[in-house]
Design a protein around this ligand. Structure first.
Ligand code: DC
Length: 226
C-alpha cells in the first residue's frame, strides 16, 4: 500500500486546530479535512428531526439512514448531509453542543472514523479532530496536540461567534463554562475520548500567534517529507 503523508492535529475546542491545520495543508499543498464538521452535520439532522443527540436508541437508526461526506471545492471544505451542503448551518453553539453529545455514541464514531480513515489511506491529508492520532489513524507518523487555556479559548470562540452576529450578550465567563463542559464531555466519553497520546507533539497556543503555531507544526514535519 502506498504510504501517504498524514498529519493528525487533535485538541480541545477553540485551541486553533482548524486555523493551524488549514494553514499547514496549504503550505504543504495537500488536503485538509475538518472531521468535526461531520459530527456537526449529524447533530443538525438529529435536531431537525426533534431527536435528542444524547438519545442512542433514536440516533443509531438515524445514522443508518444518513450519508455524510466532505468535498473539497477550490481548497474549501464543503460538508454534505445526504445531498445537502450544510457547511453554512453547522457553526452555531447549539450544533457545537449537539455534536459533542452525538460524538459520545460509539456507533457514530465508528462510522465517521471509517470514512476519515479511508481518506487518510488514499491521500496526503491534514486532519483535525479529537482522536485522529489515538483512534482514527494511530499509525500516523505526525501527531500534534494543540491546546490553549480555557479563558483564551473562550475569548477566541466568542470573537468568532460575534463576528457572525451570534451570542452577542454572552460573557467570556459563560463561554468558558460551556467550553469546560465540552472538554469534559469530549475527554470523559468511554469510547475514543479526547486525549494527548505520548507520541503527539504538544503545541500550546495560549501565547502564540497563528504564524508561530503553524511554524511549530511545520518544524515537527521533517523536510524530506514536505
Ligand atoms: O471540532 P469541532 O468543534 O467542530 O467538533 C465538534 C464536536 O465533535 C466535538 O465537541 C467532539 C466531536 N468530534 C469528535 O468527537 N471527533 C472528532 N474527530 C471531531 C469532532
Amino acid at each position: 500500500m502506498k504510504k501517504f503523508l498524514n498529519i493528525a492535529i487533535d485538541g480541545p475546542a477553540g485551541a486553533g486546530k482548524s486555523t493551524i491545520a488549514k494553514a499547514v495543508a496549504k503550505e504543504l499543498g495537500i488536503l485538509y479535512l475538518d472531521t468535526g464538521a461531520m459530527y456537526r452535520a449529524l447533530a443538525l439532522k438529529a435536531i431537525r428531526e426533534g431527536i435528542d443527540p444524547n438519545d442512542r436508541d433514536r440516533v443509531i437508526p438515524l445514522l443508518e439512514r444518513t450519508e455524510i461526506f466532505a468535498k473539497n471545492i477550490d481548497g474549501v471544505q464543503h460538508t454534505y448531509l445526504d445531498e445537502e451542503d450544510v457547511s453554512g448551518l453547522i457553526r452555531t453553539n447549539e450544533i457545537s453542543k449537539g455534536a459533542s453529545d452525538i460524538s459520545a455514541i460509539p456507533a457514530v464514531r465508528i462510522k465517521l472514523a471509517q470514512y476519515q480513515r479511508d481518506i487518510a489511506h488514499a491521500s496526503d491529508v491534514v486532519m483535525d479532530g479529537r482522536e485522529i492520532g489515538s483512534y482514527v489513524i494511530p499509525e500516523c507518523e505526525h501527531k500534534f496536540y494543540v491546546t490553549a487555556s480555557v479563558d483564551e479559548r473562550a475569548r477566541r470562540r466568542l470573537k468568532e461567534l460575534r463576528e457572525r452576529g451570534q451570542d452577542m450578550n454572552k460573557s467570556v465567563e459563560e463561554m468558558a463554562a460551556e467550553i469546560a463542559q465540552r472538554d469534559h464531555n469530549d475527554s470523559t466519553r468511554e469510547f475514543a475520548p479526547l486525549k494527548r497520546v505520548p507520541d503527539a507533539i504538544l503545541v500550546d497556543t495560549t501565547d502564540l500567534t497563528i504564524e508561530e503555531a503553524v511554524a511549530a507544526v511545520m518544524n515537527g514535519i521533517s523536510r524530506e517529507e514536505r
